[in-house]
Design a protein around this ligand. Sequence first.
Ligand code: ZN
Length: 566
Amino acid sequence: YMKFSDYTYIRLDYTAIKAQFSDLTEQLAQASDLETTRTLVIATTKLLNLIDTHYNLWMIRHTIDMNDEFYNEETKFWNEYYPLFEELTTNYYRVIVQTPYKVELADILPETFFMQAENKLKTFSSDVIPLFQKENELTDEYNKLIAGAEIDFQGQTYNLAQMGPFGQSTDRDVRKAASAATTAFFESKEADFDRVYDELVKVRTEIAHKLGFKDYVEYGYLKMNRFDYNRDMVKVYREEILKHIVPIVQDLRQRQANRLQVPSLKHYDLNLEFLDGNAVPQGDPDFIVSQAQDMYRELSAETGEFFDFMIEHELLDLNAKPGKNSGGYCTYIPDYKSPFIFSNFNGTSGDIDVLTHEAGHAFQVYRSRWIQSPEVVWPTYETCEIHSMSMEFMTWPWMDRFFKEQVDKYKFTHLASALLFLPYGVLVDHFQHEVYEHPEMTPAERKATWKKLQDLYLPDRDYSESEALNRGIFWYRQGHIFASPFYYIDYTLAQVCALQFWKRTQVDHDENAWEDYIRICDLGGTKSFLQVVEAANLQSPFKEGALESTAKAAADWLDAVKDTDL
Ligand code: ZN
């Protein structure tokens, strides 16, 4: 098998590609029959896949080692040229949206392709390319700040991912000291985080204004391709979370305090679920991967084939190491028809979540390899997260393989965390609405805004022992806020869908659930969010009562667990 390390990266020749691309677009504008149009669309799609392939190869290798000099040089190339490639793409969109053959081309260009293309035409203009380039540089600066974190703790130096396990230590002094050390890192770079974000907000607002939008919020909804819902619906949804989920979360936090035998939780207690320790994987990374391979073979023929492919081609980079960017992601390399999974294993249960969450993304995109246009291999973000978050629950029957006698602890924590996440998720969303609706805010005012909203959505969060966190700097560690504006409500919408899959498999023993899941993986990005929700036989999170009833099913299950015995 060809391995990931054999996938060849080349610096694309922009001038040559531009000539080829422009020529195809010009011919397309002149094309007067279906067959010519189809041939030109296929040729253009091949070029788009070529660009996407090398962009992804660079991105993966750069994030695996942010100190690699070769890929650091290539970062400069992509920051500068990516918007220029986008310009070529947009010129193509301007022509193709006029085609009289939309119906006949639906096998290559589904309806969602045209919806996205229309949005791209509104959100991109050659006049603002220098601003996109500036935005890319700032995002990269943020990534470097995070990847460069060197935290001295107990005589050793750690990066942010490696600090994770200390936050779950059963020794309260260790948790407290670890939290203080991590916070001290963010505080030491406070001026940098503030400056980078301030410049990002200003440059994004300028992009929105130059393109005729009222603010970056309006721009952001189009850029995120939110076809089925708007700002007002999201506002109502956030209020529903406040009303129905925040009380459940407060109850769960009180139960956690009881388990930890403290009167109330301090901020450094939040990541420890059980007094004798959280559930942790009962083996090293090789053990985890081999268990995952067995699991996916047993789950279905389709997942078995998929995961074997990932291993045979070495499409997983799982362990935390110095210089590696933080977080986890899944991406897709079109010319090799390969998904890729990136994560930072650190010995916590989160390692298993990666192999179910990111593998859910990777499985979807693997099932969507039949789709030729790179724009619609993936669905929009809130839909993508249905695939990933639901896979976390679809694999519950195999969790004893990873956690052995700690499996019940794991399941309790996993389901509880799905609910605990919802208020935090809408907090991140609400914060960004405030920030971009008031771009003139100073960094200090932004921190005060975060603090105010945090008190609203996370009323029992106790930062009284940390002046910096109490001032509102927690969000520096939330990469989406810097790199992917407005990509966050998506997780909460998808969670409500994933919890329905949890209920169907775990409570209702619904035999059609897996079939429904595979169906929406096969759809990829050829349908919009609510169309996918419908195809999966799920209720829309926006539908009156759907959020409340879904959360209640999970809360009831958690209530029935004697958590103090776990
Ligand atoms: Zn995800």
